[in-house]
Design a protein around this ligand. Structure first.
Ligand SMILES: [Zn+2]
Length: 173
């Protein structure tokens, strides 16, 4: 299993148990009782419940409760709040897009020079300040054609914009 950036974010914000519980619910993709989560994840039931309430506070999960006829107790069935998860993923992707756009603007508004020895990179102003020599090793700096890099950035931006447009339609429907 690869490291899902959303799950990593959940872990940083709400702890490893909340992450494990959410991961389990995402895998199951159906309503699950807290006892079942505890059994299958190996987490203690109290920790599962604490994680569920934490996730509930942030609308990441939702529940349905049913009164058990024989005991009179409520049984809680938990599942992922897919709309909220999608909204989080959408917001994250938008943030990535803004970073890429800022990077592209930076690449477009600067000229760059690189050291042939160590690959360190300088803007035109920095290169002028150092008489076009590498401040680390003294080698003459080379002009860098960053047009390919800009092209890669533009393509990634276009792909993400297209994805966001599609996801916005799904989120608003
Ligand atoms: Zn150098």
């Amino acid at each position: 299993m690869g490291e899902d950036p959303m799950l990593l974010m959940i872990e940083r914000m709400y702890g490893p148990e909340a992450r494990r519980v959410l991961e389990y619910l995402l895998e199951k993709n159906r309503e699950v009782k807290d006892e079942e989560i505890a059994e299958e994840t190996g987490l203690r039931i109290n920790n599962v419940r604490r994680a569920l309430y934490l996730l509930l506070e942030h609308s990441l999960v939702m529940y349905r409760r049913v009164r058990d006829r024989s005991s009179g107790w409520y049984i809680y069935y938990w599942q992922v709040n897919v709309d909220q998860i999608n909204a989080i993923l959408y917001a994250r992707k938008k943030m990535v897009l803004e970073k890429l756009k800022a990077r592209l603007r930076y690449e477009e508004s600067n000229e760059f020079y690189v050291c042939p020895n160590d690959g360190s990179r300088y803007t035109f102003d920095e290169a002028v300040d150092n008489d076009f020599r590498c401040p680390r090793c003294g080698a003459m700096l080379d002009y860098e054609d960053n047009s390919r890099y800009k092209e890669v950035l533009r393509k990634r931006i276009a792909i993400i914009e297209e994805e966001l447009k599609r996801e916005a339609k799904i989120l608003s429907s």
